[in-house]
Design a protein around this ligand. Structure first.
Ligand code: ADP
Length: 508
């Protein structure tokens, strides 16, 4: 049955669309990224900056150690001060680390405190550097003034072990970090290089970063929206197209073709739907053919019956037994067809109950062959039988008989001139196997799978006298599947066919 577009399942109202869902996910992703940036900016910037700064200062100290013995040390030191944005002071020191002569000093950028560091502070930093592998650093707040004694130096609490307490907003802008590096110059003299830099990015840089974050947030959100829009178009469009095509299919247009849009999932969906459309189209063809065949097969005997009836009524002397026999034959053909159709529809509806009993299948086969021999001997047929002993199966005897009859009738109908039919019943493992063998026209290999379909005929042109209802093998299949029996056919065109089925032997 095809469902009309009106009867399709209602679209999932209230469910979120792909666009909204994608935007939601991308929005959440952006929020997480921005949160990470914000956390880094707030809590890690100072730390990262001081690490980078310390790393750079090592380079500055190395350059200065060389500059001390250069031709124009002051000029070199100025260049280094500009390059590294640091105030510079270089002293000689003796073996005990005591400050000696000042070799050079460059004030550097505004706010530099290098010229104001008290000797006591320098001395204690040198001592610390000597213990720490040749370098030390300290960070100072803004409102200090270096006097001549250490008490005037306002070191932040914990500055001795380099811990930097969180600065107040005023402090942030002008905190300074002073580094000392112990080196020796080209002449082997021990020197102490003091470098003084801003401790944190200066205020403008910091607020620039916040503006940057705000701009980034906006850009992220807008690009998330754009991306969600583009992605949903790329993903939702093919699905919508498939939906439209499926509606056409639902309306009975079996010639539709589903396009997959190049994604694995949509391509697979399209391929599945194309397959479904193909199968539906086959079923549709089969249904049309079935109706055409049935109406043809009903019409022909009816025409004969009416025709012969009229002749017998209207023409004197035509009321002969032969004509009455034609009417009886055709009426029987009609009743056979109707019976077959009813039987088949019972099997296909699945409401047929089996009357299972234990019986000897070999004995049944022997009886059938005897009956056919009597029936067909007048037409020149020989039915040979090979069914020794007893093979007890548990099955519906009447139905299994119908299977054997249908197979035998086909063997007779399609025997051609080779009028020998073999009926075999033997043991095959735990089964009783029945074979019906003819030496007639055979069935082409490509048709073998189709012959079990109802109303399928290999040769659609053969004469009525030979043709059955076209339902015989479909009924055989229905009965055997009800018994969960294995069945099949081996056939060669021109050599004949061997139809077989196997029933489990009843347990002793
Ligand atoms: P029908 O009433 O036409 O025989 P069946 O369902 O019994 O219908 O068989 C379907 C088709 O299978 C037949 O039309 C015939 O073409 C083919 N067929 C069945 N049995 C044989 C056979 N023994 N030899 C050749 N063809 C056969």
């Amino acid at each position: 049955m095809t469902s009309r577009p009106g009867s399709e399942t209602a679209p999932a109202r209230g469910k979120k669309g792909i666009l909204f869902t994608l935007f939601l996910y991308l929005g959440v992703f952006c929020a997480v990224v921005l949160l990470v940036i914000w956390v880094v900016q707030t809590f890690l910037l100072d730390f990262i900056y001081s690490q980078i700064s310390a790393f750079r200062m090592v380079g500055a100290a190395d350059a200065l150690a060389e500059a001390v013995t250069a031709d124009d040390p002051e000029e070199e030191a100025t260049a280094i001060s500009v390059g590294y944005q640091a105030g510079i002071a270089v002293f000689t020191i003796d073996g005990a680390g005591t400050l000696g002569e000042r070799l050079m000093r460059v004030e550097g950028e505004a706010g530099s405190t290098v010229s104001r560091i008290p000797n006591t502070v320098m001395q204690s930093m040198i001592a610390e550097a000597r213990e720490n592998g040749g370098s030390a650093q300290r960070t100072f707040t803004n409102n200090f003034s270096f006097g001549n004694n250490a008490a005037n130096v306002k070191l932040p609490a914990g500055a001795e072990n380099n811990a930097v307490p969180p600065p107040t907003p005023n402090e942030v802008e002008s905190r300074r970090t002073v580094y000392v590096f112990l080196r020796s110059d080209a002449g082997g003299r021990a020197i102490a290089v003091f470098l003084d830099t801003a401790a944190v990015p200066i205020g403008t840089a910091a607020s620039a970063l916040w503006i940057e974050i705000a701009v980034l947030s906006l850009v992220f959100l807008l690009s998330a929206l754009l991306l969600a829009f583009l992605m949903s178009r790329r993903i939702a469009r093919p699905i919508a197209a498939i939906n439209e095509t499926a509606k056409a299919l639902g309306a009975g247009h079996y010639d539709v073709h589903f396009e997959g849009a190049g994604y694995r999932e949509t391509d697979e969906l399209a391929a599945t739907l194309n397959y479904a459309a193909e199968e539906l189209s086959k079923v549709d063809d089969l249904q049309k053919e079935l109706i055409a065949n049935i109406s043809h097969d009903l019409r022909t005997p009816l025409t004969m019956i009416v025709g012969y009836g009229e002749i017998m009524r209207d023409i004197e002397g035509e009321n002969k037994p032969e004509n009455v026999q034609v009417i009886i034959d055709e009426a029987r053909r009609l009743s056979d067809l109707v019976n077959d159709l009813m039987t088949l529809s019972r099997y296909q509806s699945g409401c047929e109950k089996m009357q299972t009993e234990n019986f000897d299948l070999a004995q049944t086969v022997r009886e059938v062959s005897a009956r056919y021999n009597t029936l067909l001997s007048g037409r020149g047929f020989t039915v040979t039988v090979e069914a020794e002993g007893a093979l007890t199966v548990s099955a519906d005897r009447a139905r299994i008989l119908q299977v054997i009859y249908n197979l035998m009738n086909n063997a007779v109908n399609y025997s051609g001139d080779a009028r020998v039919i073999a009926l075999i019943c033997r043991r095959a493992g735990n089964c009783a196997r029945v074979e019906v063998i003819d030496h007639g026209e055979g069935i082409p290999a490509e048709k073998l799978a189709d012959i079990w379909q109802r109303y399928y005929k290999v040769d659609t042109t053969h004469k009525r006298s030979v043709v059955g209802s076209g339902l015989g093998l479909a009924i055989v299949r229905g009965i055997l599947e009800l018994h969960r029996a294995r069945y099949g056919v081996d056939s060669k065109v021109g050599e004949g066919s061997r139809f077989w089925f196997e029933l489990d032997l009843a347990e002793a």
